[in-house]
Design a protein around this ligand. Sequence first.
Ligand code: PLP
Length: 430
Amino acid sequence: MSLAARILSPQRDVSSQDPAFLQARVSAYYDRVAENESHLLRGRLPERNALLLVSNDYLDLGSHPDVIGAKVRVLQEEGHGLLRSDVFRHGPGPLTDFERDLARLLQSEDTVLCQSGWAANVGLMQSIADAGTPVYLDMQVHTSMWEGVKSAGANGRPFRHNDPDSLEKMHGRYGPGIVVVETVYSTSGGVCPLSDIVDVAEQFGSVLVVDESHSLGVFGPQGAGIAVAEGLASRIHFRTASLSKAFAARGGMVAGSARNIEFFRYESFPAIFSTGVLPHEAAGFQATLKLIRGGHRLRERLHANADYLRYHLPALDYNIGESQSQIVSIIAGSEARTLVLRDALESHGIFGSVFCWPATAKNRALIRFSVNSSITQAELVRLVAVCEQIRNEIGREEKPAPKIPVRPAEVLQPTSSWPGFPALFGLTRR
Ligand SMILES: Cc1ncc(COP(=O)(O)O)c(C=O)c1O
């Protein structure tokens, strides 16, 4: 029996007494699942020798003994500390120490820790936007930004992905407001033309919000991110990030001027209405920060690994779209093709993350490989060999989605061809 049939079977239907509106909402989900042979997000479970490219722990620091040791020490001394909303926190402590040191890395006056990247983005948009403020969002920005816009009752106005001209036109129509972009886009791995976006935002007097979730720790001097690498930090009002990527634990942050961060600490709903980050979590972040600052070698390995995939997968005629980073996605197109690709990869022990609507445009579903610094040469070779072996099973896209033009960002110094493993440690990218 297929998965869809199993979950639709009457024995499991204990909610038939629910009101009609709830049944309709829930049925819409089951109808979508039933369209495919199996649940798109539930493939097989990985076996012991599987190659997992599903974690955003890009520098593989999640289990580092320094991080675990720092957390354990604080847990032993303080337990979970005071369980309360962050608005009540003030004075010294592990959270404040981390916020200060992170601000130094980001060349920002201040930062504030949040419970997650989601909380950071929703809280920021909810607190700075209002019904009269147009909010210009790149079409590919994370849903958390849109949720914040909704929460503020503001007008979300999407502009074409990575297109400063489109942003300029929108400003001509609706006037100054808030511009929202990501430095590295989470599904495609594409990189924002940040300097051009900054120019447009400044030209019209808009506030600029930049999500650095997938570049913090990964790009820039000591992992400070792309805004610092491009010398743009002081021209951006707010930078946000999930700390569940290179910082490898649960958390988020917002960086900005001391005045604006103080406002966020007391006005954003997640700070007021949700329990804050715990002391041992902050101690873990502090230890991770030190590793990230000194992690130049890890970044070199990470980028060399990603370069390898970005070179070899298109050579096998896979569409990796606009990737210029450690996020390398194979765009499969329809959900049906994505299922075939997922099953073929998983049957050979290769696991990526499936992304489909609403995380991608319809018919632009994909399998995302999150590359990390610990993947070995042998594992990369195995991955590419599997992709070659299954190439004919997958078939070509019937109607390939138009390719999004790649805009090279200077900071990335993209390699025109794979330099080979001996050059792995000779890369200049920082
Ligand atoms: C760009 C971006 N922003 C925000 C988030 C949300 O972060 P978190 O998982 O910490 O809530 C994510 C995570 O998926 C993301 O990719």
